[in-house]
Design a protein around this ligand. Structure first.
Ligand code: G3I
Length: 439
């Protein structure tokens, strides 16, 4: 439903211009519809910052026309279409429709007033019932405005780092569940699905495990004990697990030479999934990796690895991390991993979505243009996900809340604004992009 906007102090200029063409004598000249340029403005009820302009001009058949939306005095959108613009704040804004008529441009302008300050966009989790919307969380960010955003927008949480081995497995006879319990208890208290991340990852292996001096058999027993203890502790609470994360080398079809591979053998992955399956037969088990949209060698290896696990009923889904940029990977590349997963009858989790707006380090602040590009990319990703069969849906998880809390600036060494909320916890255009995909 859309409400017509109430105009205040607005002058709607309906410009009725009749243009006479002198190419024939009056008496046999066909009667031309005079050109009249006009439009009406509508604001969607669902989002008081989104402006829709409806072209009501007549006699402009075959003529080019374009829209200019201004914000704070500057033209922020100069476009043939769509006749829509999402403002970032309330205010008075000029909108102009220009028609390129034979005798020169004809314009119609309106100034609209929108009051979007108190606007709270619809909750992400309420925008779909076919998959859950997840957020990466930390145990020291579960209160205040973090909590407000979490309970409003999300129904699935992943520990960004505190359920990894290097945070729990302090020594062979010492497992510290303080932080992981806090996160799990929060998820249970707020009726959220909890995604366990991750039992086995070469980048989160405690140094003492890397340097384990016992026999390989003792190492394997220790890893079985670890996986069994953790998964049993959270059975019935943690609905799903990334049992193994990032086991395949970039650009290749080989497994990383992690300490697990070296001490437990090439079949360490199958063993770890078996340990997890035995510990909680009801948990959904995922394999999680990055760049498996465009890295064909890696994607093929992951699918082969998953096929083997599936043949032994040891896996339920694939996590495609989705650490992407505004212009990469392409829709087709993203769909390639989706289709490969669906064809295997598995769940797919977009498990760590963030969208870099500064991949070439060429901006020092978030521009309107990059923010809109990010909104469009998020919309594309969510549209791809929402188009898959419900039977294969699981969740889309965003890898961090506020732009300033992302792992990316430290990792890449340049400014980034890759998430859905700004530093004031205010939803960005990317948040709207997520919603638009589900409109
Ligand atoms: O919060 C503590 C702080 O109290 C302490 O002083 C400091 C120094 O020890 O460490 C801080 O914790 C760090 C944490 O990030 C928060 O900044 C951990 O050491 C650090 O290891 C952790 O890094 C995480 C990384 O995985 C390794 O676990 C990142 O947050 C997290 O975004 C990143 O996520 C990974 C996924 O799990 C797998 N896919 C790739 C993705 C990005 O690397």
């Amino acid at each position: 439903m859309k409400n017509k906007i109430k105009f205040n102090n607005i002058f709607i200029f309906l410009i009725l211009i009749s243009v006479a063409f002198s190419c024939q004598s009056d008496d046999d000249m066909p009667t031309e519809t005079p050109i009249s340029v006009s439009f009406e403005v509508i604001i969607s009820e669902g989002n008081t910052l989104r402006v829709l302009a409806n072209n009501t001009s007549t006699g402009i058949g075959g003529l080019n026309s374009y829209w200019q939306f201004t914000e704070n005095g500057e033209v922020v959108a100069d476009q043939a279409g769509p006749e829509m613009y999402l403002y970032s704040a309330s205010g008075d804004y000029l909108i102009t429709l220009t028609v390129e008529a034979p005798n020169g441009d004809i314009q119609s302008s309106q100034t609209i007033t929108i009051t979007g300050e108190d606007y709270v966009p619809p909750a992400l989790k309420d925008a779909t019932s076919s998959f859950s919307v997840g957020m990466a969380v930390r145990s020291n960010r579960l209160t205040g405005q973090h909590n407000e955003v979490l309970v409003r927008d999300f129904n699935n949480i992943t520990a960004e780092y505190e359920m990894k081995m290097d945070q729990i497995f302090k020594a062979e006879n010492n497992m510290d569940f303080t932080a992981s319990d806090k996160i799990v208890d929060y998820g249970i208290a707020n009726s959220m699905d909890i995604h366990g991340h991750t039992l086995i990852w070469h980048n989160a292996t405690p140094t003492w495990v890397e340097n384990f001096s016992g026999t390989n058999a003792e190492f394997e027993t220790m890893i079985e004990t670890y996986i069994t203890t953790v998964v049993k502790r959270y059975a019935g609470k943690v609905r799903s697990w990334d049992v193994v994360n990032e086991a395949v080398e970039d650009g290749s079809n080989s497994l990383r030479n992690s300490v697990f591979k070296l001490k437990m053998g090439d079949d360490y992955i199958e063993k770890c999934y078996q340990f997890a399956r035995n510990a909680d037969p009801n948990a959904l088990l995922f394999y999680n990796d990055y760049n498996i949209t465009f890295d064909a060698g890696k994607q093929a290896s992951v699918f082969a690895l998953v096929d083997d696990l599936k043949s032994k009923n040891l896996i339920d889904g694939i996590g495609a991390q989705m650490h992407i940029s505004i212009d990469f990977p392409t829709k087709a590349q993203i769909e390639s991993v989706v289709n490969g997963t669906i064809s295997r009858g598995l769940l797919i989790h977009f498990s760590e979505l963030d969208v870099r707006v500064n991949p070439n380090n060429d901006i020092t602040s978030l521009t309107e243009e990059r923010e809109i590009a990010q909104q469009n990319k998020v919309k594309e990703v969510v549209e791809i996900y929402d188009a898959i069969p419900n039977a294969n849906k699981f969740a889309i998880t965003i890898w961090g809340m506020r732009d300033s809390e992302s792992w990316l600036p430290d990792f890449w060494g340049n400014p980034e604004w890759a998430l859905l909320y700004d530093d004031d916890f205010k939803p960005k255009k990317a948040h709207n992009g997520f919603l638009e995909a589900l409109d």
